[in-house]
Design a protein around this ligand. Structure first.
Ligand code: KIV
Ligand code: NA
Length: 277
């Protein structure tokens, strides 16, 4: 597949071809996602939960995100590679934000960074863009705002909240955002933002009218150990596959049917003779 670029994503929006996006956090899964021809791989800070076992995304660090992004970079040949800037890495001032974003581009090979938040992030989006760092915006249900939102709630349900989201999207686009993730917003609102927007909208829990869709890899394959949100569709049951494989391995070792003779190394006939002598 050919290398996906920002231009390619824009072309897809304008020709009404759905943009496909999926998270990945390590080499083998990123290989599979890339080889399948998914347009965008996001190393999401959801990795705090999916692969590190935290309760929410807040604790994950820049160094942890870099570590995973480097592994994904080695696998991602065609997909456009985006990394989430984690909580705290762009909230303590512009210099910190620029320094951390620069690390993601330089030290992990990400092609864009994603930051959560609305119009208040526009000045930062502008500065990152001026520093040649493409920015994907993320509005609606922003998981890093967990405490302020008093939980994960669908956003943009009142007319005032809808107006605010529409304004956020427009201002972030003007500030230079190359795409915008719409999370946990009513289908109708996502459709209106998508129609008004010159940049691709990528939805998650935002209905089918966005320019693209994204989901969390571990949600797709039932690897999350928790009931999933309404917007998740599972496309396979890796948990059952792994569980069965682990049990079979366990039994094979317990029964001494693994390893077999053919799975063992042997001495050469020459050495064997003296070995048993
Ligand atoms: O962290 C993440 O996985 C995300 C996507 C689900 C949009 O931000
Ligand atoms: Na995220």
């Amino acid at each position: 597949a050919r290398k996906v670029t920002i231009q390619h994503l824009l072309d897809k929006k304008h020709s009404h071809q759905p943009i496909t996006a999926l998270t990945a956090y390590d080499y083998p899964t990123a290989r599979l996602v890339d080889e399948a021809g998914i347009d965008i791989i996001l190393v999401g800070d959801s990795l705090a939960m999916t692969v590190l076992g935290h309760d929410n995304t807040l604790a994950v660090t820049v160094d942890e995100m870099l570590h995973h992004t480097r592994a994904v970079r080695r696998a991602a040949r065609s997909s456009f590679l985006v990394v989430d800037m984690p909580f705290g890495s762009y909230h303590t001032g512009t210099n910190d934000a620029l320094r951390n974003a620069t690390r993601f581009i330089k030290e992990s090979g990400a092609e864009a960074v994603k930051i959560e938040g609305g119009a208040s992030r526009a000045p930062l989006v502008e500065q990152l863009t001026q520093a040649e760092i493409p920015v994907v915006a993320h509005i609606g249900l922003t998981p890093q705002s967990l405490h302020r939102m008093s939980g994960y709630r669908v956003q943009g349900r009142s007319m005032a909240a809808i107006d605010a989201l529409m304004t956020d999207a427009a201002i972030l686009e003007s500030a230079g955002a190359v795409a915008i993730v719409l999370e946990g917003v009513p289908r109708e609102v996502a459709a209106r933002i998508t129609a008004a927007s010159g940049i691709p909208t990528i939805g998650i829990g935002a209905g089918p009218d966005c320019d693209g869709q994204i989901l969390v890899f571990h949600d797709l394959f039932q690897l999350t150990f928790a009931p999933h949100a309404k917007f998740v569709r599972t496309f396979g049951d890796a948990a059952t596959l792994f569980r069965q494989g682990i049990e079979q391995y366990q039994h094979a070792v317990a029964n001494r049917t693994f390893p077999s003779d053919s799975e063992s190394y042997h001495l050469s006939t020459e050495v064997l003779t003296s070995f048993y002598h």
